[in-house]
Ligand binder design. Sequence first.
Ligand SMILES: C[S@@+](CC[C@H](N)C(=O)[O-])C[C@H]1O[C@@H](n2cnc3c(N)ncnc32)[C@H](O)[C@@H]1O
Length: 237
Amino acid sequence: MKNANTKQDSKKDFVNNVFDSVFDKYDLMNDIMSFGIHRLWKRNLIDWLQPKKNSHLIDMAAGTGDLTKLYLERTNFDSKSCMVDQNFEMLNKGKKKLELYKNIDYFCAKAEDIPVKDSSFDYYIISFGIRNVSNIKKALKESFRVLKPGGRFMCLEFSKVNNEFVDHCYSKFSDLIPTIGKIVTGKKEPYEYLIQSIKEFYNQKELKELIKEADFSNIEYRNLATGIAAIHSAWKK
Ligand SMILES: C[S@@+](CC[C@H](N)C(=O)[O-])C[C@H]1O[C@@H](n2cnc3c(N)ncnc32)[C@H](O)[C@@H]1O
């Protein structure tokens, strides 16, 4: 157990250092690396969620707040969001970006240990965050705890490509990402981590299984761009 904790602490520190070094150029690099497609995928998630007015979202690993922005706009600002991120700089960047938006709480905290009461939220969203979390099982349990009964969990994350040709092109393009990162931000290592973490992450079915282990029901996923990314949806009964 002690070893597992040490391993998780060192992953947390490592991931925090990664985001400390990219927070300033995070949005720009996202647009460059995905040709802006990450914006469509985030819209896709909100389209599938169809958030109701007067609802309460927790945007976990919120970073610069793209999902909170889309959610508040989609509900005509008749809703509340709680942005949570373990990295102060990323959260602060999001806070500045959304300074004109009301109804947002900000917590610098970990997905594995959320400082809120049980059954607080209608929706839990984690977008391109779960891959970075040190203890995914614990984070999923926490997401279940903070959702109200009837609440919905949604996760957008890189996944496994199911088309050979796309896989080949994607893999060649991925090899270029650290060099592009170096040109745009002056740093290569955070983007080497990005590519490695995507390669090592669970496939669609494995992630579905982990979500099930956290007691969620009606778990479904949709592939985006032949599985480059996937959205998982699940419910707390
Ligand atoms: C790739 S960014 C995603 C930001 C945003 N959700 C988006 O889709 O653009 C990943 C974020 O996860 C945060 N993060 C990583 N591990 C975390 C954890 N255990 N708890 C909370 N946030 C975490 C990082 O600090 C970073 O801001």
